[in-house]
Design a protein. Structure first.
Lengths: 804, 359
């Protein structure tokens, strides 16, 4: 909302407060000021002139030579190209030596041989944005039709261009300041000043009709709290006076004509939306406020035909004539030929107006105010004021009576607040006198009894309804700077992370230590990618109204987004990328049941380590990634409970280089290479991923570990090599060995895998080192040999296995 | 005679030993490295060496001479052994010296690299914030990202059709479920469960939130928030100010000043925006603070009675403060990051810059 400093100054003495200071003070006490600017800061030497004569330029088909009276002894000659220049117009003249918008300097000179001593200006040339310039002047010079304006007058001041515009960024609760009157009250309160405005006067008219003229029906009190209609007759439509135009322009509103301008002016001054319509174009004179019927039509002022559903509408008794609180209808619009004006001042349901404005994508100054609230006391006061202005500016007369329906009585609420509560919440030590002083400054009358203040809240502050609201008022007027800074004194609490949060932090550190960098990626992706890298996807969670397909669906795996990140890096010549993320994945079991799981995902590509002069470059492979998984699991002592099984049915993974990861009998994740087709599509070299569910790991690793004393007796090891078909899984052999090795066999380590010339094709040689230990006694040769024999015997049951 | 074999004269035998000694000494003298020395030891003192050989003839001596030979041989062995050790030590010292010389490296060459991953800047921030508040006795509580309208809005004093719902355009999934727009629903959930008879509630809730925003340099449809809540019987706005002042100093430096401005949030009353004096220019005005000397970092306020009551907390007895900050914004301010999207694209050249321990 834009506030004109000059307008404010009419009602409150700001002579000792600069606009900048005012802005700063308002920001610090509750209403954020976005900017303070003077539109015509650069303007100089611009006055009102009157065209004395206009003749065609001898050397041009569109220029005119104009003699202009600028209040000096002799008229001056100016060459002007505006199509709308004519004799005896009051215009804005930039004299020799003037500065206009953009800092351009105007100098005497000749234009095609004719002397020109200045420039007749358009409003745009004075820095006013086109959309605020009255239609008639939009494509030419600004013609002043206001008789009170004198030739020679300073036009910069006349147009208010020397005055600051203060732009407020109002929070939703402070709509009371969405008007000049509201802002003046606020300024009076924060500075402790008196204002010069007429007081809020609540009045109710006696009847719901103006006999002979009009009847009003508005029964539904939830939809319409109050509805008043006034009639002004014998009105002449013309431009409004310059002082009104300049205030509207400063407020960001384009002047239209005297009637519409008055409604907008009062809207700005009171915050009360009004609607003026052409009385003679009402087919029936029976105004009725009701809900629209499905399918009813209304062409609004913007020329759009609206199909209605259940909005609150105004009808003439039969046909819709306005969308209540949002926009009027085109058929009853004020036009140049209007002579009788019907003026509506009403109070509509905020929720209904909000809904209608959303449905029709129509947000107007009016709808915004109804949504956020208006002062219930001044509905009719504002309406009367507007009617008087219309009559005055249009040379008409306000018809005596008012048609009025007041469905909801207006009372000023009393909010009580315990004296003790104020200091209790603010942490201050305000005296009762200080509290009284603050209420007084705010213009609230307060009575105190038994340590309780009973505060009467004026209707202009409809944001205040509970004790906490009053505490805020007291706090901000007292000044938050003056509130002390302390720390809470409570009984002691134990702060800390939960076991699971600690586990997540530990996981992050461990993966970093294993050479992976932490990534953060978007949870929303495409419906296709959402289910990538999943064996048995559940139903994805999809947004009702996504902004784009790209971000429409919640992911079921971290891997698609990590893959994207890797691809992003590779595309920027970063060949080695090693990323992990700990984050959530989502799915739904029903429209009421959602699944959110924490998972750990990682993706690597490129080289094993960073390039070095003394080490060969090694590409990452499946076993690099598996090694990371194993190291992480080993850190949790879970390596013995985890197994890997070949995985072939995940479309995004290489069917020969992927494994399902089991913890005991439960699937907890997968590790593998990205499918070569997908790699190729993304311009990637071999790329490897893993994903693990966090919760089962967290639960499994929580089991207390027992620490054994270091063995007192030496162990021994035996080597064993076997020749097996290439596809015979290592894990199966290890399982056999462990099963048959007996209690003394502590570990089986694979130390060599050989495939090549020295063994038959299709075979591989696996060499194991078996570690034996007896914790109670020195091992005997015999014990170890027996164990080895059992193992060999068991291994020989494996098809095509040969002990080497 | 025991076996009637060849008789051997003692003297002759002793001479033999003398010559062996001479032979050994000479060989030792000639050895130029430990390896050769070892060869000498094996050849001359070993099982197949001349001493052993000579001793075979002891049986040909007279019985009474035999012990004498033993003494001589022992002496010979000791002498040779000692010489050998001396020589060995000498040769080893030379060899070590040579080896050290040969093994000398250019220590300025780079080492073999071990890749260590980096912590993401958003985690740097959340860890730091969490640790600060943990130190003040707060718990860290998390909640679902898919949230009900009830917890996300209604429990936060934002009934349907509340105008402030415009402030945060929401990604709805169904009419009842949505992607949470704030982490405050976690506060509502925690308040509902907390047993206030057992003591105050002090918590922070970090996490991901979503808003319907087009992604650009300063907007992101996904970002992270940390909100805090303290509820007890006597919590004041002064406590809020003191807490945030301590936090700002810990996070942005000891010289920071805190300024509170009235604002509006539906879930607090009074509501406050919190500015800190600019850590870049110290308050004189620069590009970071847009020439104002102040930077807005937090929203906060005293918890609205409706929020307390909605969670079943008696607002006439209990009250407290709440605050919330954008993790992304803190990260961007603190590290001078210009584009919020760089927090989510995971460019390794960006990530690498956050290596090392947190400051």
């Amino acid at each position: 909302m834009k506030l004109s400093y000059e307008w404010l100054s009419e009602y409150i003495d700001l002579s000792h407060i600069s606009p900048e200071e005012l802005g700063e003070k308002m920001s610090r006490t509750g209403i954020e000021v976005d900017s303070v600017e003077v539109l015509g800061e650069q303007l100089q030497r611009i006055v009102v002139g009157r065209t004395v004569s206009v003749s065609d330029h001898p050397d041009s088909d569109h220029l005119h030579v104009v003699m202009v009276d600028v209040g000096e002894e002799e008229p001056i000659q100016i060459v002007c190209g505006a199509p709308n220049v004519s004799e005896n117009q009051k215009v804005v003249v930039a004299l020799h030596g003037a500065r206009v918008a953009g800092g351009h300097k105007i100098k005497k000179g000749k234009i095609r041989g004719e002397v020109s001593n200045g420039m007749i200006c358009s409003l745009q040339e004075l820095g006013i944005p086109s959309q605020l310039v009255p239609k008639a002047s939009e494509n030419g010079i600004y013609v002043i039709e206001d008789p009170s304006v004198k030739v020679g007058e300073d036009a910069i001041r006349l147009l208010g261009l020397d005055s600051a515009i203060i732009e407020l960024d109002l929070t939703a609760n402070r709509a009371d300041a969405l008007s000049v009157r509201g802002a003046v009250c606020e300024i009076a309160a924060i500075y402790g000043l008196q204002h010069k405005m007429e007081k809020d006067v609540f009045e109710v008219a006696e009847t719901s009709s103006i006999p002979e003229w009009i009847e009003v029906h508005a029964d539904h009190k939830d939809d319409v709290q109050a509805y008043h209609m006034l009639v002004i007759e014998n009105v002449t439509i013309k431009p409004s006076p310059v002082w009104m135009q300049r205030r509207l322009i400063a407020s960001g509103i384009r002047p239209i004509n005297n009637v519409v301008d008055v409604t907008n002016y009062i809207l700005m001054e009171y915050g009360q939306p009004l609607h003026a319509l052409d009385y003679d174009r009402l087919e029936h004179k029976q105004i009725a406020v009701r809900r629209a019927k499905e399918g009813e039509k209304l062409v609004t002022l913007d020329g759009v035909e609206r199909s209605l559903t259940d909005e609150i509408i105004i009808t003439d008794g039969v046909n819709p004539i306005a969308l209540a609180g949002v926009m009027g209808g085109l058929d009853t619009e004020i036009t140049a030929v209007t002579t009788t004006v019907a003026l509506e001042a009403a109070l509509f349901s905020p929720a209904a107006v909000r809904k209608a404005s959303q449905t029709h994508h129509l947000r107007s100054e009016s709808s915004i105010r109804f949504e956020k609230g208006v002062n219930r006391s001044t509905v009719l006061q504002a309406g009367r004021k507007a009617a008087e202005w219309i009559a005055e500016l249009g040379g008409g007369r306000v018809v005596d009576a008012i048609a009025s329906v007041q469905n909801v009585p207006v009372v000023e609420p009393i909010v009580s607040i315990r004296y003790e509560r104020i200091n209790h919440v603010l942490g201050t030590s305000l005296t009762k006198e200080e509290v009284h002083g603050i209420f007084n400054q705010l213009g609230f009358s307060a009575r105190e009894a038994d340590e309780v203040f009973y505060v009467t809240i004026p209707t202009r502050r409809w944001d205040i309804s509970i004790e906490a609201d009053l505490i805020e008022e007291i706090g901000r007027i007292y000044g938050y700077d003056r509130i002390p800074a302390t720390l809470p004194t409570t009984s002691s609490t134990r702060g800390g992370l939960t076991e699971k949060q600690r586990f997540i932090r530990w996981t992050r550190q461990t993966l970093q230590a294993l050479g992976l960098s932490q990534a953060y990626s978007y949870a929303l992706t495409t419906p296709e990618k959402a289910v990538w890298f999943t064996s048995n996807p559940l139903e994805s969670v999809r947004l009702d109204m996504p902004m784009s397909e790209e971000r429409s669906t919640l992911r079921q795996s971290l891997l698609p987004s990590l893959l994207e990140a890797v691809q992003y890096n590779v595309a920027r010549s970063q060949q080695t990328v090693r990323l992990f993320e700990v984050g959530r994945v989502f799915a739904q079991e029903s429209t009421q049941q959602f699944v959110e799981k924490e998972v750990i995902g990682a993706c690597i590509t490129g080289n094993e380590k960073t390039e070095a002069w003394n080490a060969p470059l090694e590409k990452v492979d499946f076993f690099s990634m598996k090694g990371i998984v194993e190291a992480y699991l080993k850190e949790m002592n879970l390596d013995r409970r985890v197994r890997f099984e070949a995985l072939q049915d995940v479309a995004e993974l290489h069917p020969g280089q992927s494994a399902t990861i089991y913890l005991d009998e439960k699937v907890i994740g997968l590790v593998g290479r990205v499918h070569p087709i997908l790699e190729k599509e993304n311009g990637l070299k071999p790329t490897f991923v893993f994903e693990l569910e966090l919760l089962p790991l967290f639960e499994a690793q929580q089991q207390a570990r027992t620490i054994q004393s270091v063995p007192k007796f030496p162990g021994t090891s035996r080597d064993l090599a076997v020749l097996v078909p290439q596809l015979c899984p290592h894990a199966q052999l290890v399982e056999l060995i462990l099963q048959h090795g007996g209690a003394l066999l502590k570990d089986v380590r694979l130390f060599d895998v050989y495939e090549g010339d020295r063994i038959p094709t299709g075979y591989k040689s696996l060499a194991y080192s078996l570690q034996f230990l007896n914790r109670e006694a020195t091992l005997t040769e015999e014990e170890v040999s027996q164990a080895m024999n059992r193992i060999i015997e068991a291994l020989q049951t494996v098809e095509n296995l040969e002990i080497r | 005679m025991r076996d009637g074999g060849i008789q051997m004269d003692l003297k002759e035998m002793l001479q033999q030993f003398d010559s062996i000694q001479e032979q050994v000494m000479q060989a030792l003298e000639q050895a130029v490295n430990v390896k050769e020395l070892e060869k000498v030891r094996v050849e001359l003192l070993g099982k197949k060496g001349p001493i052993t050989e000579a001793l075979r003839n002891v049986k040909h001596l007279l019985a009474e001479d035999r012990p004498k030979v033993g003494a001589v041989v022992n002496e010979l062995r000791a002498t040779v052994e000692s010489e050998l050790q001396k020589k060995k030590a000498y040769l080893e010292a030379i060899e070590l010296e040579r080896a050290l010389k040969e093994e000398t490296l250019d220590v300025t060459l780079p080492g073999k690299t071990a890749a260590i991953g980096t912590k993401h800047v958003l985690s740097h921030v959340s860890d730091e914030v969490e640790d600060f508040f943990i130190g003040l006795g707060y718990q860290v509580v998390e909640g679902p990202e898919i949230e009900s309208d009830h917890y996300n809005f209604e429990m936060m004093n934002l009934p349907k059709n509340h105008p402030a719902r415009d402030m945060q355009d929401t990604f709805y999934i169904t009419s009842e479920y949505l992607l949470r727009t704030q982490t405050s629903p976690v506060q509502a959930r925690t308040m509902e469960k907390h047993d206030f008879s057992k003591g105050p509630l002090k918590m922070i809730s970090p996490g991901r939130v979503f808003r319907r925003d087009d992604d650009d340099a300063t907007h992101s449809h996904q970002f992270y928030q940390i909100e805090g809540l303290v509820i007890d019987k006597h919590i004041t706005m002064a406590d809020l100010k003191g807490t945030l002042e301590a936090f700002s100093k810990a996070m942005f430096g000891q010289d920071r000043q805190v300024r509170l401005r009235p604002s509006y949030f539906p879930f607090t009353e009074p509501s406050l925006e919190v500015d800190i004096s600019c850590f870049k220019c110290g308050g004189e005005g620069c590009a970071v603070c847009k020439r104002t000397g102040w930077i807005e970092i937090l929203g906060s306020g005293m918890v609205h009675p409706n929020v307390l009551e909605a969670a079943g907390v008696d607002s006439t007895v209990y009250g407290g403060f709440a605050f919330g900050m954008g993790q992304d914004r803190i990260a961007m301010l603190k590290y001078g990051i210009e584009d919020i999207r760089s927090l989510y694209t995971n460019d390794v050249r960006f990530l690498e810059q956050f290596a090392g321990k947190p400051e």
